[in-house]
Each structure stands twice: as structure tokens, then as C-alpha cells.
Write a protein that binds this ligand. Structure first.
Ligand code: RUB
Length: 321
């Protein structure tokens, strides 16, 4: 392996994240940490410096896959920050251990968050979900484990229909599920007690960046008086927003919305229109009732305090060194 190559398994993980075989912010973070461990484990680097260069290169390849989910750079930062040693074996060991610690913490945080979120849900409540969020689902799971009966109205979530994954998981847990198309959400808001969504990133002002359609759902929920609960581990907090940076919204390929065949089948001028496919949108804090984390629940406007505690005000970019 040359100094700037990444291991094929790392390249495959990066590709799986980019194509959304691996998706959802927490799952992406978990896979990225695991990929750095693989790079360390499988490397045949002959000096600690060469191994570090490979790890930085792997982090860069992973970082460049999906721009909106901040859990990805937060995972890479955590793993890279705990790597040290004077020998190849020491660097390798610290990288593998650091990735394992990150993955273990991630798992615990989700369980803890679930318990906090479950306390907001009452026996007999119905939640409306958008997309597929493991953090949001952990709140439902914990409520079920507390013996509460929970029902769900699940939004399909165009264009990739991650709502189907949510529906499948909830059914596996015995939750009665009603699947609706996205445009039916307002119609069914009268029947739900909470909107429950996850987040890809949370900005310092409490804005929630999540799957496209979340902001419209939250505005409608506010209009109907339905509380909006965002389940997001602290790795979703975006440290760069503390210093004024904005969160980049990922634009995906138009073929997720209209296939080449569908376009060709359009009569008249099939190339005469533009397709836009933003993967995420921004929900302003005034539409969010609570952000539930493993450190407790916060009104969105106060997450900035938590962010300062956790990250200080500067962030490094180890993949750029
Ligand atoms: C997934 C999505 C999820 C968040 C949170 O988008 O928006 O709500 O990632 O998920 P995509 P989790 O399908 O484009 O990755 O709680 O599992 O981290």
C-alpha cells in the first residue's frame, strides 16, 4: 500500500455512506470510526508517521462523503484525537482502542437518550415520525420497555422512503403503525401527541438540520399545537456553528426523484426543467419544543451552553493536517 492509499474496506465504507447503503447520522458515525480502526489494523505502514498519514487520508476520504451529518466529522475527530505512540504498533493499538471507545460511547448515549425521551411519552400516546432515526426510535423503545402503549403515524419520506425502515422496526416491536405519504402529514397531525424526529446536525442557535420535510412538518405541528421533540445525541451538535459557520445542506442526484427513463417518457421538452434534491432542511428553534440528548433534554435555545461545555469554541480538522 502506498503512503496515500486507503484500505479497500475503508473505500467501500466511504462508498456505502455516499450511496446511502449506510445512512442515518449515528450509523454513519459508527461506520466511520470502524473504518479508521480497519485502516489501522490492516495497514502495513513501516513507521508511525506513515500510519498516521494513512489514517488522516482515510479520515479525509470518509469526511468527504456526506456534508450535512456532523456526527461524521465528530467521530473522525474523536478517534484521531486519541491516537498516539512512538511505534507502528502503539499507533495501531491506540487507533483501534479509540474507535472502540467511540462506538461504545455512541451506543450508551443512545440508550441513555432513549430513557430521557421516553419520559416525555405517556401511556397511550401516538407519535408521528419522519425519515428513519435510530435516536428517535430509541425513545419509543425505552417507552415500550417502561410498559407504555405507543402508536405511530409514519411518514413515507420521499424520495428514499426511509419511513419504510421506521415502519418495519416499529412493527418488529409490536407498535401499531399507520404509514402515510408526506403530504398527508397535516391531515393526521390532529391524531398525534408528539412529532418525534432525529437530527443530522444541530446548530448553535438551536436550529435542527434533519431530513428534508422536517421543517414543514414542524411548522404544521406548531399550527396544530402538537409538540415537536428532536432526539439527538450530543455528537449531532455542530461545533463549527459556534464560530459563525453555517451547515452545508447536501444536494443529491436528480435520479433519486426522476429516473432517466421517466424523464425521457415526458412529452414535449423532457430536458426543459430543473430538478433539485436537497437531502436536508433547517427547522428554526421556535418550532422545536425539546431537544433530547443523553445529557438530558434542552430547549433548543439553550443547546449553545451544552456545545460550549463539550467543544470549547475551536474545532480542529485532523484530515487537513
Ligand atoms: C437520515 C435522517 C435522520 C438523522 C438521524 O437521513 O435525516 O433523521 O440522520 O438519524 P439519511 P439517527 O437517510 O439521508 O441519512 O438518529 O439514526 O442518527
Amino acid at each position: 500500500m502506498s503512503e496515500h492509499d486507503v484500505h479497500p474496506d475503508v473505500a467501500e465504507t466511504a462508498d456505502d455512506i455516499a450511496t446511502m447503503e449506510i445512512r442515518g447520522a449515528a450509523t454513519i458515525a459508527n461506520a466511520a470510526a470502524g473504518a479508521l480502526a480497519t485502516q489501522a489494523r490492516e495497514s502495513d505502514a513501516d513507521s508511525p508517521e506513515a500510519l498516521l498519514t494513512e489514517l488522516r487520508e482515510a479520515a479525509k476520504v470518509l469526511y468527504e462523503t456526506r456534508p450535512t451529518a456532523v456526527s461524521l466529522p465528530n467521530a473522525l475527530r474523536f478517534v484521531m484525537a486519541h491516537i498516539d505512540g512512538d511505534t507502528v504498533e502503539a499507533v495501531r493499538k491506540s487507533a483501534v482502542e479509540s474507535a472502540a471507545t467511540f462506538q461504545r460511547d455512541l451506543d450508551h448515549a443512545q440508550d441513555r437518550l432513549g430513557e430521557v425521551g421516553a419520559n416525555r411519552l405517556r401511556d397511550g400516546d401516538t407519535v408521528m415520525t419522519h425519515c428513519h432515526s435510530t435516536d428517535a426510535l430509541s425513545c419509543v423503545k425505552a417507552a415500550l420497555d417502561q410498559g407504555k402503549h405507543i402508536e405511530a403515524i409514519v411518514k413515507e419520506t420521499r424520495p428514499r422512503k426511509q419511513g419504510h425502515i421506521t415502519a418495519e422496526q416499529l412493527r418488529e416491536w409490536g407498535v401499531p403503525v399507520t404509514l402515510v405519504v408526506d403530504s398527508a402529514a397535516r391531515r393526521y397531525l390532529n391524531d398525534v401527541d408528539h412529532v418525534l424526529v432525529g437530527a443530522d446536525s444541530i446548530a448553535a442557535d438551536g436550529s435542527v438540520i434533519n431530513k428534508i420535510g422536517t421543517s414543514g412538518l414542524a411548522v404544521n405541528a406548531r399550527d396544530r399545537g402538537t409538540p415537536v421533540m428532536v432526539a439527538a445525541q450530543t455528537i449531532k451538535l455542530h461545533p463549527d456553528t459556534l464560530t459563525g459557520h453555517t451547515v452545508e445542506i447536501e444536494m443529491r442526484d436528480e435520479t433519486e426523484i426522476i429516473s432517466d427513463e421517466e424523464r425521457e417518457a415526458i412529452q414535449g421538452d423532457p430536458d426543459g426543467f430543473t430538478v433539485r434534491n436537497p437531502a436536508f432542511d433547517v427547522t428554526p428553534p421556535r418550532y422545536v419544543d425539546a431537544i433530547v440528548t443523553e445529557r438530558g433534554q434542552f430547549p433548543p435555545e439553550s443547546v449553545v451552553v451544552l456545545m460550549r461545555d463539550l467543544f470549547g469554541s475551536e474545532t480542529d480538522r485532523p484530515w487537513e493536517v
